[in-house]
Design a protein around this ligand. Structure first.
Ligand code: UT7
Length: 334
């Protein structure tokens, strides 16, 4: 069986209208705009209204994606939805979204990869296209981080935002060029990092109870410094590995798209890998950390601003809870 080549054929995003600024947070917890800017690079984040769920953001992002590509949701065959903030445990948010957009032919499932969710999902999704099983697969990272953030904890509440980003994967037209579309994705997990970033309550280990609520177990818990250290090391390391494996130097890459968790993590990776500012996308200032949505949101903005064009080489890289991390080397085909 011959394997097909797979490209990202469309990219879109959707964020809720409401904005939470650093100044707003100054009124909520003991923090300052200066501290947040200097330590994280974040200026504002988008936050949903009560009642808006991950499926709502995903549905909007996919509808825009289909319009951009000139197709309808009924043309989609598979929806993979990485998220740590599903509408509910079950049915999956992919199922809820499928119904909302009328993607009657598509099947779908959620994927739990935290901040690496998009790269993990991309790695799964592309196989369905590469193997010839499906022709139109959506990966949509959608997160309502505000639903699991403790807005009395200054160490975490300044970091996260809500949003969704989606890509459409399709087979490429026949070409002799070896390097087309998605070239490789590397995925890694180290479960020993689980204790540094997690949400302990609500699952089978600690089912919801008055006690779990009292102990704030349904919120994000993070040891920021530990996560920071691993994030820089592993995200830079896997990016270098994927470059080396394909005999690329940093200068061969048009755009480096790192997960947006902290400006200082991004800058430290940039220094280690030797990318210039022109080769790096940063939009954490506008959205904060939207977990599985950061990378497709970056890709959307880079495409819109003409920072990536057909044939350009792009590296995506992520790090998140688990620990999970990953990198993708691809050629932009839109
Ligand atoms: O996407 C998932 C992966 N997550 C990440 O990659 C996040 C990685 N970690 C980080 O981004 C950073 O560690 C944080 C932004 C979370 C924290 O920055 P930091 O430079 O590591 O600060 P810290 O935790 O070492 O805290 C330094 C000080 C502490 O005060 P003391 O103990 O030195 O008196 C904190 O209590 O800053 C204090 N602090 C704050 N001060 C004002 C913590 N949060 C705040 C705040 N405003 N919002």
């Amino acid at each position: 069986m011959s394997l097909r080549k797979v490209k990202i054929s469309a990219v879109e995003m959707f964020v809720p209208e409401r904005i939470l600024t650093n100044m707003d947070l100054e009124k909520m917890v003991e923090t300052t705009n200066e501290w947040i800017l200097e330590r994280t690079g974040i200026k504002k984040r988008h936050i949903v209204e009560k009642g808006q769920a991950a499926s709502d953001l995903a549905a909007e992002a996919i509808k825009k994606l289909c319009r951009q590509r000139g197709i309808t949701p009924a043309d989609l065959e598979l929806i993979i939805l990485p998220t740590v903030t599903p509408d509910m445990f079950f049915p999956s948010t992919a199922c809820v979204t499928q119904e909302k957009i009328g993607a009657s032919k598509a099947w779908g499932f959620d994927l739990s990869g935290a901040c690496s969710g998009f790269i993990f999902a991309l790695s799964v999704a592309e196989k369905y296209v590469r193997l010839g099983i499906h022709d139109k697969v959506v990966v949509v990272g959608s997160e309502i981080m505000s639903s699991i953030v403790d807005y009395t904890d200054r160490a975490t509440c300044v970091l996260f935002g809500d949003g969704a980003g989606a890509v459409l994967l399709e087979p490429t037209d026949e070409t002799d060029d070896e390097e087309v579309g998605i070239i490789e994705t590397m995925c890694r997990t180290d479960g020993s990092g689980g204790r540094f970033l997690y949400m302990p309550g609500g699952g089978s280990l600690n089912p919801p109870s008055y006690e779990t609520i009292d102990k704030k177990m349904h919120f994000i818990h993070q040891e920021g410094r530990q996560v920071f250290k691993f994030a820089v090391t592993e995200m830079a390391d896997i990016s270098q590995q994927i470059l080396d494996k394909h005999n690329f130097k940093a200068a061969d890459i048009t755009l480096y798209v790192p997960h947006q968790a902290n400006m200082r993590i991004i800058k430290a990776c940039q220094d280690r890998l030797g990318f210039t500012d022109e080769q790096l996308i940063i939009n954490i200032d506008q959205y904060g950390n939207t977990t599985s949505a950061t990378i497709p949101i970056c890709l959307y903005e880079a495409h819109l601003e003409g920072r990536i064009r057909k044939g350009d080489y792009v590296v995506l890289a992520s790090f998140g809870a688990g620990f999970t991390w990953g990198a993708t080397l691809l050629r932009w085909e839109i």
